[in-house]
Ligand binder design. Structure first.
Ligand code: NAP
Ligand code: ZN
Ligand code: ZN
Length: 346
């Protein structure tokens, strides 16, 4: 299948127009005409090799929404014209204990990323969603509710599920106090989901100008963290804190905000290790945990939840030729709150 999109050729180069060939349609595949592709900070980390060696040329993009244009012979899950979503991985081993539980994000044999690697055959480069079309095994794609504004749906496929999953796992809801660090693509979805689940939500942000947006999204409180001493009065008041910051952070200062048995979940992936004081953990039986996107059944559950509660991402829709500027603005925390590329402009 012939495709057009954007690619980076090496860690130092900008995104450039790129024409390439995707593999043939297999029996369990769906072919997709992409409508929108979100820009996740993970795209930037990988395009620039901030997590170790990357595979080039790279077509980034793992927040994909579009419609089905073709079906392999064995596909019954979708029909032509269906709205469809694709996220961070396109396959997994399907047989390990994690996969059998529908937790493909924790596949013990490694799931297959949507880009920056090879497909399961070990030789076909996986090209991502900054392009006009896509091919995926139907088992790894999900149905998108028809009532949602499609411009804000693509980011649900990574930013959305990445916050929904830990909020559910650590049982955020009525009577729990949740903190979200960083109001970016991931963080703003966390505010919306935590609110919809009934939790009391505080945003920790180093950008004072985001306060009114945070409150409009449903936050009960907004704490400016430019001066870290602002955290002191909030000591021992949170049940759950989700750290979505893409840069290094004084994690101990936030651990101190947890009540007895509270949990801080690491979600941002800055590439350098955090330094944690042991005393702050054992002083209130606190936990520090991690969470990575979500499995296919939970992604479908999250999209259905979005359909019921009318939740989408707040987006700036851009043309493909603005993507390099969008990268710079994302790094500068100047995104409201996710850039989404209109796939007609590739
Ligand atoms: P993003 O849109 O750039 O948001 C990150 C936010 O972090 C910024 O908006 C900013 O919020 C805050 N921030 C940035 N630099 C900071 C600094 N120097 N000090 C303090 N705060 C800072 O990025 P994203 O797409 O939401 O991704 C966030 C991180 O999660 C990335 O590292 C990404 O790779 C990772 N990620 C993880 C998973 C997973 O499965 N665990 C999935 C997707 C992405 P304020 O302006 O409000 O402070
Ligand atoms: Zn992502
Ligand atoms: Zn597996």
């Amino acid at each position: 299948m012939k495709s057009r999109g954007l690619a980076v050729k090496d860690p130092k180069s900008a995104l450039e127009p790129f024409e390439f060939e995707r593999r043939e349609l297999r029996d369990n595949d769906v072919a997709i005409e992409i409508a929108y592709a979100g820009i996740c900070h993970s795209d930037i980390h990988q395009a620039r090799e901030e997590w170790g060696p990357s595979l080039y040329p790279m077509v980034p993009g793992h927040e994909i929404v579009g419609s089905v244009t073709g079906l392999g012979r064995a596909v019954t899950k979708f029909k032509v014209g269906d709205l469809i979503g694709v996220g961070v991985f396109i396959d997994s081993c399907r047989t390990c204990p994690s996969c059998l539980k529908g937790l493909q994000q924790y596949c013990e044999n490694g799931n297959t990323g949507t880009y920056n690697g090879y497909e399961r055959d070990g030789k076909t480069i996986a090209f991502g969603g900054y392009s006009n079309n896509f091919l995926i095994d139907a088992d790894f794609a999900v149905h998108v509710p028809k009532n949602l504004d499609l411009t804000g749906v693509a980011p649900l496929m990574c930013a959305g599920i990445t916050l929904y999953s830990p909020l559910k796992h650590w049982k955020a809801g009525k009577g729990t106090k949740v903190g979200i660090i960083g109001l970016g693509g991931l963080g703003h979805m966390g505010v919306k989901f935590a609110k919809a689940l009934g939790a009391d939500v505080t945003v920790f942000s180093h950008s004072p100008n985001k306060e009114s947006d945070a409150i409009a999204m449903g936050a009960d409180k907004f704490v400016v963290t430019k001066d870290i001493s602002a955290l002191k009065p909030l000591s021992r008041t949170f049940d759950l804190i989700l750290n979505t910051v893409s840069a290094e952070l004084d994690i101990s200062a936030y651990l101190n905000l947890l009540r007895l048995d509270g949990t801080l979940v690491v979600i941002g992936l800055p590439g350098k290790p955090y330094s944690v004081g042991a005393g702050v953990l054992l002083g209130a039986r606190r936990s520090m945990a991690g969470s990575q996107v979500g499995g296919i059944p939970e992604i479908q559950e999250m999209l259905d939840f979005c359909g019921t509660h009318n939740i989408t991402s707040d987006v700036e829709v851009i043309n493909a030729d603005y993507a390099n500027t969008a990268y710079e603005r994302t790094i500068a925390s100047d995104v409201k709150y996710r850039f989404v590329i209109d796939a007609r402009t590739f």
